[in-house]
Design a binder for this molecule. Sequence first.
Ligand code: ARG
Length: 544
Amino acid sequence: MQSLPALLDARLRAVTGVDPEMRPATKPQFGHFQSNVALRLAKQEGRPPREVAADIVARLDVDDLCEPLEIAGPGFINFRMRSEVLADAATALLEDPHGGLNPVAYPQRVVIDYSAPNVAKQMHVGHLRTTIIGDCFHRVLAALGHTVIPQNHIGDWGTQFGMLIEEVLDEGIDAGSLTLDEADALYKRAAARFREDEEFATRARARVSAFQGGDEESLAIWRQLVEISKPAFNEAYRRLGVLLTDDDLAGESTYNDDLPVLVRELEESGVAVVDDGALCVFVDGFEAPLIVRKTDGGYGYATTDLAAIRRRVRDLHADRIIYVTDARQAGHFAQVFAAARKAGFLPGHVTAQHVGYGMVLGRDGKPFKTRDGSAATLGSLLDAAEEVAAPNIALAAIKYADLSNGLQKDYTFDAERMVQTTGDTGPYLQYAHARVTQILRKAAAENISWGSVTVLEEPAEQQLALLLSGFGDVVDEVAHSLQPHKLCHYLYDLAGALASFYEACPVLKSEGDVRASRLALCAATQQVLARGLGLLGIDAPERM
Ligand code: ARG
């Protein structure tokens, strides 16, 4: 559906030849939108702005959309949508099979790399953020018609397995019977010994080579650690209500066989060169090179990421690749993308984007910790929110808090504030949805029917209809900029406009056409709230 501002924008652009920079009106008496285009053109042309504005107005044909245009102050052009245009837009939304979204003309194959916890370790608060953010991108892009291919790049390979396996053997435990909590504790014991016990560290290093060389005993233990971790990750995904499944697993280990091949190719083509014993890719703009093979012959995190890019382009046919990780990995990805371009793994028509997010802080402004002072696990965070609210409300609170600020920013995990049903919170939006649903339910119970939005006399109902018509644009913007907070703000404004509407416009207590029209407007708002929350991964209960 084309939004009303987009329609106006296009016509004004055709007349002026420049971006009209349409803005919402600052006050209701100025109408609905305002453009300063005349002021800008007047400066260029050295003419009085009001005169330029009058010229534009004379040439602009928007009679079908707007009330007669007004020129205000120094030369602003004010637009007031005709009420039947707003009513039709709301009705169209209600009847739109796409629920107001704009399905894309050219669907892409979009790989989203998110969540990616590490085997034998608890998921921590950072994993909470990547999982929630990636899930939101997944929902938004899929809703617009793209093919989304989630890739859960779990940390299931690497040198840490040397010490883990060695510790399992030393303690004589059955790795296959461990819970993830127990594996996490084992990890900590192994790491401590690795730091303190030279003899153990030497054995752990030797174990890495044995394990990577295919030693069956080592691989059996490794497999057990992977197998006990997966159900724990899935349990976290179930609790979070996200779309990831085992089909999306593409852990580091799956690239293992590609690494020597890829590295040989890089060396042969001259993209990688030996420097100080290590095989390196030098990319412009980075001080240190990207090391693709260490001096000891091993491969690291970056090599695996190059292999992943290559496979995502070559085998998964990605048009766009999105990575959601901690903001501190921004440099790593910038360099990996540049190296992949240089190597030809990432052709020009494929976009690669890293979306970094900030930290989760406690109320003391420090990285969030559990009550006993240990670094918070994802589970402990969910528990903390569920102490103050029902699970679906707690989850809405967490997801909304996570998505409603610029992602790069750190955010404060304040469970008590986040679960409030007033203010800029997830539960507030759920409540707005439940309340409007209740009105529709009551109407249905009293056999009051509604069809379309026809009468829109009150400014509050006009404002609501106007906002509704902008839903598709906002979702497009999120798909493009990967900034979910724009959708959050939109929904928050919508809930606010709905509250003002209730205050000014009785629904069930009104009569006839007015009542039918207001009910239809409620139905359209309910639809957008439910859909919008759904795109954020937030449940929209009918009752609260
Ligand atoms: N496992 C890593 C971590 O926990 C994140 C991996 C992100 N994805 C990637 N392709 N490097 O920090």
